[in-house]
Ligand binder design. Structure first.
Ligand code: BGC
Length: 416
């Protein structure tokens, strides 16, 4: 402890030579996300650092990553960037990001973080990114008043989902709030994959791209079921953002939303309460599994000793119990540090923590394919394109989709 304090003091002492503003590139532009980000600004301000926010619109962060690449190539990266999954290692391979080994050792990150955090955020056994949370992707959000009014119970599996959706449809209410964007569609597709066929199938199809499975009848059925959802959605020709979709669900323009728990950040921002105003439930058929998505920050290397110290100081703040508690209560996610007290969190976050621990023990913890956690960015992009094409072009058959999937699988095997 003493050592940690001493080194923090050294860090603070050497930091002013670099100036006190830090630019962060990110895609947190919704109300809940901005509230959470404000917690980071507060935490840094307490250390004399001013957070300069550079937001890039687009849920899921695909556009932000394109901007980040362009800036890095132009030699003008921000000091700090929000990033997810295997992309972290790509940046580390290129030598762009700060090595956080000393702060990680000092703060005992290896012990205090779950294995998934170590796997995602390390390169050659050194931490190169600071993780702040765990988002669960396979959630179902349901407007309680809408369900009560129609005397319905939220669905626990996909058969129930279609039954409930049909009743809503007959009353003129779309069951699902969604914006027609590749990223949102891909989340729906992966949650459906898991809910229909379970975690082994999810892993074999969307992470391993197992050839036998790609050609399997189940995969044909998966695509067909995905298309069956179309009549039960808010206008599928509109490309609304995910937070607009949440607003539609809140206003009762749709009954449910299938999205990660960043949705809860929006609901909390609107002062809505779980159980009373909305239900947070596992997505149909996925109660025993946990699709995760971890937000991390990389700190770009500025080749001076002061900037190295600054990187350590920032990392120290990001991976601290106090910050992760405050931040995650706003963000909708749960802290990634194992030792954060969950008492002040709401019932959804507590349920998420329980589900995470259960999934860790039972080998049903799954990285999100659509949210950049499972496969390299080029593959993720190819998958998003395929899912988007299939959904939006009714003349594109399941057989064509599967032959496209075969090509993606072949490139996965070639590159591994
Ligand atoms: C990120 C979340 C973010 C969501 C919507 C996900 O990729 O992990 O932090 O809230 O995108 O923008």
């Amino acid at each position: 402890m003493k050592r940690a304090l001493l080194s923090t003091a050294l860090v603070v002492a050497s930091f002013p030579s670099l100036g006190n503003a830090v630019e962060l590139l990110h895609w947190w532009t919704s109300n809940g996300e901005r509230e959470a980000l404000a917690e980071l600004a507060i935490a840094l301000k307490q250390q004399g650092i001013v957070l300069k926010s550079s937001p890039v619109h687009g849920g899921g962060g695909d556009t932000a990553m394109t901007v980040l690449q362009a800036r890095a190539i132009a030699g003008n990266p921000p000091e700090m960037a929000l990033i997810e999954g295997p992309g972290i290692q790509s940046w580390a391979t290129l030598g762009f990001v700060s090595d956080l080994h000393s702060v990680a050792i000092e703060q005992n990150w290896d012990e205090r973080l779950p294995d998934i955090a170590t796997n995602i955020n390390t390169y050659k056994s050194h931490f190169v990114a600071a993780p702040v949370n765990i988002h669960r992707v396979n959630w179902l959000w349901a407007n309680r008043a809408v369900f009560d009014e129609h005397n319905l119970t939220p669905p626990a599996n996909w058969d129930e989902f279609f039954a409930v959706a049909q009743v809503f449809k007959s009353q003129g209410i779309p069951a699902l709030a969604i914006g027609n964007e590749p990223w949102q569609l891909a989340i729906l597709f992966e949650v459906l994959t898991l809910g229909l066929y379970g975690s082994d199938y999810y892993r074999d199809l969307l992470i391993e791209f197992d050839d036998a499975l790609v050609m399997n009848n189940k995969t044909v059925e998966l695509f067909k079921t995905f298309r069956r959802l179309k009549p039960y959605m808010t206008d599928p020709s509109v490309s609304a953002s995910w937070d607009n979709a949440t607003l539609n669900m809140v206003k009762g323009k749709a009954a449910m939303q299938l999205q990660g728990d960043w949705v809860k950040g929006e609901l909390s921002y609107m002062s809505l309460k779980p159980k009373q105003d909305y239900y947070c439930l596992p997505a149909p058929g996925t109660a025993n599994s946990f699709i995760y998505n971890v937000d991390s920050f990389v700190l770009f290397r500025l080749r001076t000793e002061a900037s190295e110290n600054m990187a350590n100081q920032l990392a120290n703040t990001l991976v601290s119990s106090d910050f992760q508690s405050r931040f995650n209560q706003k963000k909708g996610s749960i802290p990634i540090l194992k030792d954060v007290d969950m008492t002040p969190f709401d019932i959804c976050a507590k349920a998420s923590k329980q589900a995470f621990v259960h999934a860790e023990v039972n080998n049903t913890l799954l990285p999100s394919m659509s949210d950049s956690m499972a496969v390299a960015p080029q593959l993720q992009e190819a998958m998003l394109e395929l899912i988007n094409h299939y959904f939006n072009d009714d003349t594109f058959t399941e057989e064509e989709a599967i032959s496209q999937l075969m090509k993606i699988a072949a490139s996965v095997h070639f590159n591994r």
